[in-house]
Design a protein around this ligand. Structure first.
Ligand SMILES: O=C(O)CCC(=O)C(=O)O
Ligand SMILES: [Fe+2]
Length: 453
């Protein structure tokens, strides 16, 4: 995650300074929005609001608004979520603005945070606006065109972000005329009846925890599985991913361990992935995990969504790891395969870490839901091909609060199937490395030697 210092603007590191705003102030904002009466086209209140009355006195005050993508831009047709969080120093300092919808824009940083040019254009330091509409108008303007860069980011950092965002938008627009199933890219997105198991969708839409739990099977403590995607949706997604591969367009790979798979947010499916996160992952996570595990209600505000594919001749499996997510949704899309199970070990930072808890056999359409810090790995595929869609749901507020590194608990003897040659420096203490693999110990020694250490 990129962390940017905006000291002077919001009084500390971005993402750290939310908190403690009396509910009365938040309420005043909601009242003000209503009093504004006129609803500019970019403001669609009501449905998306976190009602200020729900904000406990000692909590971050946050309102979630939506902005309609301006006509003639890449965002036209989309209804984008915008989170405004009021810092303790408000109104001397402006609200912190974060997109809660995945979007590619050269001034929007990791996690949806808007970059410094936005605050420069807002000019709050010169003239505190105290007006949510002014802030939203500037958000709208940001979507229409990049703002002048009176930037506090270093130029190099800014150029790197801008270049990356341009690359992503280039692939999205180059792929647009080549799409196989337009419905997967619809703006606004539709989780069409017929795509998701109706009982689950109804329970999630109703935020009915008991109904959600009745759809879910707990494979082991904190690891859940449920029937989620219909064969129709699995088929559409598989088709589309194969179609994309055939185009040979450049694609970012999901992470350092998967070479076959794509970041689906970067081929144009970001609205559908938002919808999956907000309508399915958030309610599922709220019903199944504790607040301290995943940041609580409304908090899974951004994500990283990608596909993985295993075959005996390409990526054959995935070494043990934990995810850079608070909550992970992993849906098997298909198709026919043998092996390629998902082995779970304990959680990072807990005494169960590196102890085997369950091995799950994927089935097309079924999803697994677990915390990001639950260690897991994909067993070697024996025959056929397995693809999965994976959504790493993330919470900015959880990340701002979480301690840097929980203790490792590496002294307890691990179960051998839970060891990771990529991540565990003590791998060779317990067993031999797989043929051809360089262990972490040797990699670190080489790095030190190169650094002269
Ligand atoms: O293959 C799977 O089911 C798991 C993949 C995974 O854990 C990951 O990509 O983070
Ligand atoms: Fe994973």
């Amino acid at each position: 995650m990129i962390t940017v210092s905006l000291s002077g603007l919001v009084g500390g590191r971005v993402g750290v300074s939310l908190a403690v705003l009396p509910a009365t102030i938040a309420r005043a904002h909601v009242a003000q929005l209503l009093a504004d009466g006129a609803r500019p086209s970019y403001l669609a209140p009501h449905a998306e609001w976190v009602d200020a009355r729900d904000v406990p006195a000692q909590c971050a005050a946050e309102v979630v608004l939506t902005v309609d993508g301006p006509r003639g831009t890449a965002y036209a047709g989309a209804r984008l979520r915008v989170h405004l969080s009021f810092p303790p120093a408000y109104p001397a300092h402006p609200p912190l603005v974060r997109f809660g919808s995945q979007l590619h824009h050269e001034q929007v940083l990791e996690g949806g945070l808007v970059g410094p040019p936005f605050y420069a254009a807002l000019g709050w330091e010169r003239k505190p606006a105290r007006h949510v509409r002014t802030v939203m108008a500037e958000v709208h303007q940001l979507l229409v065109a990049p703002l002048p860069t009176g930037s506090r980011l270093s130029r190099a950092t800014y150029l790197r972000i801008a270049q990356l965002q341009r690359l992503r938008t280039h692939t999205i627009s180059a792929y647009a005329p080549l799409r196989t199933h337009g419905a997967l890219f619809a703006q606004p997105p539709a989780l069409l009846a017929g795509w998701v198991e109706p009982r689950v969708l109804a329970a999630c839409d109703a935020r009915d925890d008991a109904a959600i739990r009745s759809c879910v099977h707990e494979l082991a403590p904190g690891v859940f599985s449920l029937a989620l995607f219909t064969p129709a949706l699995c088929g559409l997604l598989l088709d589309e991913l194969r179609g994309f591969e055939r185009t040979g367009l450049p694609a970012s790979r999901p992470n350092s361990m998967n070479r076959h798979g794509v970041i689906v947010d970067e081929i144009g499916m970001e609205r559908l992935m938002d919808e999956l996160r907000v309508r399915l992952v958030c309610p599922l996570a709220e019903a199944l995990f504790t607040e301290s595990d995943q940041g609580g209600s409304h908090s899974l505000d951004h994500h990283h969504a990608f596909s993985v594919t295993y075959t005996p001749s390409a990526d054959t499996g995935l070494d043990m790891h934990h995810d850079d997510s608070e909550v992970t949704l992993n849906v098997c899309l298909g198709s026919r395969f043998e092996g390629a199970g998902l082995t779970f070990c304990g959680r990072f930072g807990e005494t169960t870490y590196r102890k085997h808890i369950v091995t799950y056999a994927h089935q097309p359409g079924r999803a697994v839901l677990h915390l990001g810090r639950q260690r897991h790995g994909a067993d070697t595929i024996v025959r056929g091909e397995r693809s999965s869609l994976i959504v790493w749901a993330r919470s900015s507020s959880y990340r701002a609060r979480a301690p840097d590194e929980p203790p490792m608990h590496q002294r307890v003897a691990p179960d051998l199937c839970c060891l990771s040659y990529t991540h565990d420096i003590d791998y060779e203490t317990w067993q031999e490395l797989p043929p051809g693999v360089v262990g972490k110990r040797e990699r670190l020694a080489k790095l030190r030697a190169m650094g002269g250490g």
